[in-house]
Ligand binder design. Structure first.
Ligand code: C2E
Ligand code: CA
Ligand code: CA
Ligand code: CA
Length: 279
């Protein structure tokens, strides 16, 4: 037992060491990733539950490095959030997403909106709303065609600048969505501070909504709660017909998930839009 303990210990330290090495490698490679055009965006359609038509898109960052290949979004976003690189990365993401949306509007899909994930650090900048306005103007887009996704963690921030920025975004007409709703935080007090437009129910709820009665009741309650506050509800991670059926029956407004489409490249999105029933 003693020997096993020792081996296990060295196994864990070796693994921790590996993780540290990978993290610093990612940090180093991320510095040049944008200029080398390794970071791109893919888009996952957001579907209207009733009409089954594509009404919006969530922009999701992708990083493909020529040597180490695809690095998961969760992994490099976390690194970028920690060291501050998320500020320039986030700017690149916003720019790209709005340029792409402009192109889609130009080829006739002018009803689509794009939903972009934000990090706390981006909202700490005084000029953030100015940047957004400038990007919207440059691409001749209305603010209502942009939704930003913030997590409850961000919404709970008590930093003046963050609160100010969220309110300012809302004032210029950008829509605010609470991402990953229902996990991690039990406080909903932030709903008193901000007027939010959308709640995105976390995919961990959707995962067993059709098989676990507790999850089903909770999800149904969340939808009713949101509707009483005049909020739209998006279910993320919809993978099965049974899950869709539940969400239809409970009047969830929008769905997103592999059942309809995984996140796809901009080019794939354009052909998907052309082959989908139009509005
Ligand atoms: P998220 O915002 O909750 O994004 C949803 C994640 O669920 C995406 O993972 C998406 O590919 C995945 N997904 C979509 N449909 C399904 C489904 O039917 N089943 C399952 N199991 N998963 C599904 P992805 O793209 O790997 O992104 C992971 C996370 O990384 C995102 O979670 C978000 O927190 C972060 N992220 C991605 N792009 C950005 C970005 O541009 N900026 C920021 N700040 N964070 C980002
Ligand atoms: Ca999201
Ligand atoms: Ca989410
Ligand atoms: Ca998430």
């Amino acid at each position: 037992a003693k020997k096993k303990g020792k081996n296990q210990f060295s196994f864990y330290t070796a693994e921790l060491e590996q993780q540290k090495i990978r993290k610093s490698k990612i940090e180093q490679l991320l510095r040049t990733a944008i200029e080398r055009k390794e970071v791109s965006l893919c888009y996952q359609p957001i579907i209207d539950t009733v009409s089954k038509r594509i009404i919006g898109l969530e922009a999701l960052a992708r990083w493909n490095h020529p040597e180490i290949g695809d690095i998961p979004a969760n992994e490099f976003i976390a690194v970028a959030e920690e060291n501050g690189q998320i500020v320039s990365l986030g700017k690149h993401i916003l720019k790209t997403a709005l340029q792409h949306l402009k192109q889609l509007h130009e080829i006739g899909f002018d009803y689509l909106y794009v939903s972009v994930n934000l990090s706390l650090r981006q909202l700490r900048h005084h000029e953030f709303t100015a940047l957004i306005s400038q990007l919207l103007q440059k691409n001749k887009l209305q603010a209502s065609h942009l939704e930003i996704e913030i997590t409850e963690h961000i919404a709970l921030s008590d930093e003046k600048c963050v609160i100010h920025n969220i309110q300012e975004l809302k004032d210029i007409g950008v829509r605010i969505a609470i991402d990953d709703f229902g996990v991690g935080y039990s406080s909903i007090g932030y709903l008193r501070t901000f007027s939010v437009d959308t709640l995105k129910i976390d995919k961990s709820f959707i995962f067993d909504v059709a098989t676990n009665p507790n999850t089903a009741q909770l999800t149904s309650a969340l939808i009713t709660f949101a509707h009483n506050l005049n909020l739209q509800v998006v279910a993320e991670g919809v993978e099965s017909a049974e899950q869709l059926c539940f969400l239809e029956q409970h009047h969830c407004n929008k769905i997103q998930g592999y059942l309809f489409s995984p996140p796809v490249s901009f080019e794939q999105l354009v052909s998907l839009l052309h082959s989908s029933p139009s509005r």
